[in-house]
Design a protein around this ligand. Structure first.
Ligand code: PMV
Length: 359
């Protein structure tokens, strides 16, 4: 399959104005995407849990216009946010050939996140996927006979990817693969696909408590971060490692072997940070409290036999992952021993979710 399948035939219906709204979740990668080529194509396959509570709600109002060019305004929590507009403009330019109606309307994009804006949680995955879904809802109204749900989701994921790579894993749930992988049938560099193999009960409703260690602006934007992988001395080995880790996860998901899961997931998180430690320029994105938390998790696991583990994004916050059966025990532990390492003691309790919803 190539990009051309996402270029629509000319629209058969017309539409003066309207409004569409979607709620779309964030996701947390277990095997990380870090390094891209071409137009937002991943250098290795990745897999993520879709989340449930961390999400973005976006409403898109549209009015037909005669003038040329793109015309839109962005509002965050009811207030105009011109700071977001260059990113949206770039996105519109990238996707225009796939959504030829974009220049025919004036848009108002109203968005809000379930998590605090200053939490250090990236809103690009949930935000870009919500916007892509709203645009697809408009396209659906312009096509006689509509668009099947499968094609709708696939194109929404394709468009979201062009906004922010990992956003393509936020359309559906609960385990999503992005990037061609020989062991995952149907996997594609162009969009996210549902993980197709057996998943053991142990992973159902898996929990993710996000510890907010550092709530500031990201020290390294993901654009800068991905670019660090060009000419990186360990790049090829890293891409191979990620591919192998995804292969290793397949029997782990099937058998429910949580010890093997922990080893792969924590190694992936540390490898991602190792790439930043060893790039030029180099970055240390963990904070002292990130390490305090990791050590506490390891000590608790050794003492209690719990199957708790951690993963990290490109920042200092820690995602604490654990099976649902341990919810009471681990929540207690987090409050007792980890909350003190969070900014203002703040953390967000989340769990695996099943994808975006039309609202
Ligand atoms: O989607 P981007 O370009 O913001 O990159 C996200 C990269 C990581 O979050 C660090 C890893 C991942 O696979 O989500």
């Amino acid at each position: 399959m190539n990009e051309a399948v996402f270029i629509p035939d000319s629209y058969t219906k017309t539409l003066e104005n309207g409004q569409v709204s979607w709620q779309s979740p964030s996701n947390i990668a277990l095997v990380k995407y870090w390094g891209k080529y071409g137009e937002q194509l991943p250098k290795n396959a990745s897999i993520s849990f879709t989340l449930q509570n961390c999400n973005t709600k976006t409403s898109l109002s549209f009015n037909v216009k005669d003038s040329d060019g793109f015309d839109f305004e962005v509002y965050l929590d009811g207030k105009r946010e011109i700071g977001f507009e260059p990113k949206i403009l770039k996105f519109f330019e990238r996707v225009e050939m796939y959504l030829p109606f974009l220049k025919s309307y004036k848009f108002k994009i109203e968005t809000s996140n379930s998590f605090p804006h200053s939490s250090g949680i990236a809103s690009s995955a949930s935000g870009m996927s919500a916007l892509a879904l709203c645009l697809m809802s408009i396209e659906r109204k312009l096509v006689d006979g509509g668009i099947s749900d499968e094609n709708f989701n696939q194109k929404a994921s394709f468009l979201a990817r062009l906004g922010s790579g990992s956003a393509c894993r936020s359309i559906d749930g609960d385990l999503i693969v992005w990037g061609e992988h020989s062991d995952i049938e149907g996997s594609s560099n162009l969009f996210g696909t549902k993980y197709p193999h057996l998943v053991h009960e142990n992973f159902k409703n898996f929990q993710d408590t996000i510890l907010l260690v550092d709530k500031g602006e990201k020290q390294v934007s993901s654009t800068v971060g991905h670019n660090l992988m060009y000419n990186h001395p360990f790049a090829e080995t890293r891409f191979r490692q990620a591919e192998e880790n995804l292969s290793k996860l397949i029997p782990v998901f099937e058998s429910g072997d949580l010890s093997a899961f922990i080893e792969i997931v924590e190694s992936e998180a540390l490898s991602l940070h190792a790439m930043m430690l060893t790039s030029l320029p180099y970055f240390v994105l963990m904070k002292p409290n990130t390490l305090e938390i990791i050590n506490k998790i390891w000590a608790f696991r050794a003492k209690s036999g719990s199957k708790i583990c951690f993963t990290l994004d490109a920042g200092a916050n820690v995602h604490v992952l654990f099976p649902e059966v341990e919810k009471e025990m681990v929540s207690e532990f987090i409050k007792r021993e980890l909350a003190e390492f969070c900014k203002n003691g703040e953390f967000i309790e989340d769990q695996v979710g099943f994808g975006a919803k039309k609202i």
